[in-house]
Design a protein around this ligand. Structure first.
Ligand SMILES: NC(=O)c1ccc[n+]([C@@H]2O[C@H](COP(=O)([O-])OP(=O)(O)OC[C@H]3O[C@@H](n4cnc5c(N)ncnc54)[C@H](OP(=O)(O)O)[C@@H]3O)[C@@H](O)[C@H]2O)c1
Length: 272
């Protein structure tokens, strides 16, 4: 199959590319570096001709309701229009478990994205996954000051981006299915415990301070609703196995000189 990937350089996107390559697919990476700005809609005219499926894992890290809605609405609208023009048969998108009714902060953008996909005319598959193990790295990169890292109180069931990327490729191969079953991680965790284990594993001296994030977004994190149903499909790589894997970028590896997740101008805080 010919598969176009939006967000190909991101946490999930790089695993989508790895998995799709291993399974012999022909890949088109819609990266900014290659001239595709999906928020502005540039580069897409004619680009999707001959594409069988588009996997959208583009992202903005922002806790601003306005910014998140603006980004996901623009990217999804541009992609769906280009897919319609090209006659693409399948749009595969990734959202987050448990966000129903949390029309605030980052999740407002994800709900807007889901609505556009579900109400659009391009056949789709929508997968919801829980927080990625990589989310702990993002928290440390974005909320650390000196020896301190502030972590929102949160109950999660984190999953490896590697397993989410592989699932998205399987779903692209299977054809449009509407809402797919949720994908969660193998174990329930407290977000602050993940961050503590990560900085200890990385040998970085940090005090991890847990605090209740105010508002709907913070309540959703604390309530446990983001963990999904206990009987949802579960990945097999737990957080500690992921820490020991090459998929984990060590805390401090890029601090002070920009990192894979913190050196972009659109980064405004942890969101996931
Ligand atoms: N993080 C989590 O815990 C989590 C959990 C469940 C679901 N998800 C969902 O998974 C998806 C991917 O998240 P992620 O953490 O993998 O993302 P990420 O690491 O933040 O990567 C974002 C990707 O989007 C690209 N991008 C951003 N703005 C763009 C633009 N204007 N034009 C073209 N490409 C652009 C980036 O490309 P550049 O290299 O050009 O910056 C990068 O490839 C998101 O939809 C997110 O909601 C995330």
């Amino acid at each position: 199959m010919r598969i176009a990937v939006a967000g190909a350089t991101g946490n999930v996107g790089r695993h989508v590319i790895e998995s799709a390559t291993a399974r012999g697919h022909d890949i088109l990476s819609l990266t900014r570096r290659a001239g595709y700005d999906l928020e502005k809609g540039t580069g897409l005219a004619g680009a999707l001709d001959g594409v069988d499926a588009v996997i959208d894992v583009a992202n903005v890290v922002s806790t601003s309701t306005r910014r998140s809605r603006e980004f996901f609405t623009a990217v999804t609208t541009h992609l769906l229009a280009a897919e319609r023009d090209a006659g693409a048969r399948h749009h595969v998108t990734l959202s987050i478990v448990g966000i129903d009714g949390v029309d605030a902060a980052y999740y407002a953008g994800k709900l807007a994205q889901e609505r556009l996909v579900e109400q659009g005319t391009v056949p789709f598959t929508l997968l919801r996954a829980t927080q990625l193990h990589e989310f702990a790295e993002q928290v440390v990169h974005n909320t650390s000051a000196g020896r301190f890292t502030l972590v929102p109180k949160g109950l999660v069931r984190p999953v490896a981006a590697r397993e989410v990327g592989a699932r998205l490729v399987e779903l692209a191969e299977a054809g449009p299915a509407g809402r797919a079953g949720d994908l969660t991680g193998p174990r329930e965790e407290r977000l602050a415990d993940l961050v503590r284990r990560m900085v200890a594993f990385d040998g970085v001296r940090r005090s991890v301070i847990e605090f209740p994030l105010p508002g709907k977004f913070g309540r959703a994190m604390r309530s446990g609703q983001l963990r999904g149903d206990a009987d949802a499909d579960r990945g097999t790589i737990d957080f500690d196995a992921w820490l020991r894997s090459p998929d984990h970028t060590r805390t401090g590896a890029g601090e002070g000189r920009g990192t894979a997740t913190s050196d972009r101008p659109d980064r405004e805080g942890p969101a996931g």
